[in-house]
Design a protein around this ligand. Structure first.
Ligand code: PXP
Length: 238
């Protein structure tokens, strides 16, 4: 069964809406761990719209599980990641106008920047993952630049309905199998929620789900403990 890593960005989004000190995403991450989160993920964006530099430092110092830092390939952000002490890194595309990460990395187009960033981050002791769509060519390119993991973008699956959703799940399955075959380890995430995570849990080789928005939104109603417990139960109920 995939482990549940919880993305805390949107606790920081709520705090930044008023530029207050609360709700504190680090305290919330600690509560998420107590409720069963097996890792904490955050995305430090160049525009600092939600997570701030100091949040990353405090997460590194205070959480008991593992810290997965999402970063773009922007040189300033890679430099921060290199010094962050995070346990794992996920390299993602970033576009200033997007509401959230919209697609996977174009690994082929970014080979030269990735060929520098991936080994440099790995040397700092972090597991390096590339966030990619279910596209076999991108997976081959991820292998070529030396990534340990890919994180499969589940957004198209989550947004699809009926027959299209089954097709997206089949594409993810083929991608997970291909990644495994060529020696990549597999994570998955984006858009997963209580309703769609069960079927996603049937994907082969997936070690970890990164789930944020659905858990934070649900916690507004039921609190962090119940939101994490419900999601973990939904992952198991395949
Ligand atoms: N994985 C990656 C690489 C992401 O960029 C995000 C969104 O920040 C997530 C997972 C989590 O997506 P969601 O908030 O839709 O669960």
């Amino acid at each position: 069964m995939p482990r549940l890593h919880v993305n805390i960005d949107h606790v920081a989004t709520l705090r930044q809406a008023r530029r207050e000190a609360f709700p504190d995403p680090v305290a919330w991450a600690l509560a998420a761990e107590r409720a069963g989160a097996e890792g904490i993920t955050c995305h430090l964006r160049k525009d600092r719209r939600h997570v701030q530099d100091d949040d990353v430092r405090r997460l590194r110092d205070e959480i008991a599980t593992v810290l997965n830092l999402e970063s773009s390939l922007d040189p300033e952000m890679v430099a921060f990641a290199l010094e962050s002490g995070a346990d794992a890194f996920c390299l993602v595309p970033e576009n200033r106008k997007e509401v959230t990460t919209e697609g996977g990395l174009n690994v082929r187009a970014e080979v030269s920047r990735l060929a520098d960033a991936v080994p440099a981050l790995a040397e700092r002791g972090g597991l390096v993952s590339l966030f990619v769509d279910a596209d076999l060519e991108q997976l081959d390119a991820a292998r070529e630049v030396g990534a340990e993991f890919i994180e499969l973008h589940t957004g198209a699956y989550a947004n699809a309905r009926g027959k299209e959703r089954a097709e997206e799940l089949a594409r993810l399955k083929e991608a997970a199998e291909h990644a495994h075959r060529i020696g990549l380890r597999v994570n998955a995430g984006h858009g997963l929620d209580l309703e769609n995570v069960g079927a996603a849990s049937t994907l082969p080789h997936v070690e970890e789900f990164n789930i944020g928005f659905a858990i934070v939104a649900r916690a507004v109603w039921v609190g962090v403990d119940a939101a994490i417990e419900e999601m973990r139960a939904a992952i198991t109920r395949t």
